[in-house]
Design a binder for this molecule. Structure first.
Ligand code: S6P
Ligand code: ZN
Length: 191
């Protein structure tokens, strides 16, 4: 048995900043090839402003042993690529039977979920919302507001991550600005 010592981390709800500082990674537009539906809008964004920062993750890294509970904040910057709101890559857990809990810290977002057999769900998250990602549901978060959308997650070390399935197939639903409102539409790739 590897005994991990108890510890605390302070979280700034507005920025997702962890103290003491933990592991940080960023996802820029170039890290997400093919993820946004409007390829022309992706090209325009690169041409006009270069490699835009989409989101940043600050995580407490723990041993990969079963029973450990890694946790992190994610901050998705406000903005859109074409009509589609900024979002995370999204993934299944490599061990599909492992779930996760999200907790909203600031801003306004949507949690987009889907199962391998095509069921979909969209759940709103704002400051104070606890959202449950059940086993077997792929999950992606989307910033639908004008401010940073920041949330906290806790998952199991043994869950692992499968990005390849979503990278190849995408989600069946997109969240876009339409008629001045965030709107859930069918992904044309699936029609
Ligand atoms: C991990 C959990 C989150 C995401 C993070 C970034 O299981 O779901 O910590 O990793 O929000 O999203 P993604 O899809 O790029 O990992
Ligand atoms: Zn996850």
């Amino acid at each position: 048995m590897n005994l991990t010592q108890p510890f605390v981390t302070e979280i700034d709800f507005a920025s997702g900043q962890l103290s003491p500082a933990r592991h940080v990674y960023q996802r820029r537009l170039s890290d997400m090839p093919g993820y946004y539906a409007d390829a022309d809008a992706v090209e325009r964004t690169f041409a006009n402003e270069g490699d835009r920062l989409i989101y940043e993750v600050q995580s407490v890294v723990l041993p990969a042993d079963e029973g450990q509970l890694p946790h992190c904040t994610t901050r998705i910057l406000p903005g859109r690529i074409g009509a589609e709101y900024h979002m995370t890559k999204g993934h299944f857990h490599a061990r599909r039977e492992q779930g996760e809990v999200y907790f909203g810290l600031s801003g306004q977002g949507m949690l987009l979920l889907q199962t391998a057999d095509g069921k979909t769900s969209v759940q709103p998250i704002k400051a104070g919302t606890a959202a449950y990602v059940p086993p077997y549901w792929a999950h992606r978060t989307v910033n639908i507001g004008a401010e940073d959308f920041v949330f906290f997650c806790v998952w199991t070390a043994e869950a692992g991550h499968d990005y390849a399935t979503i990278e190849r197939d995408g989600f069946r639903k997109l969240i876009v600005l339409r008629d001045g409102q965030p709107t859930i539409i069918d992904n044309p790739k699936f029609i």
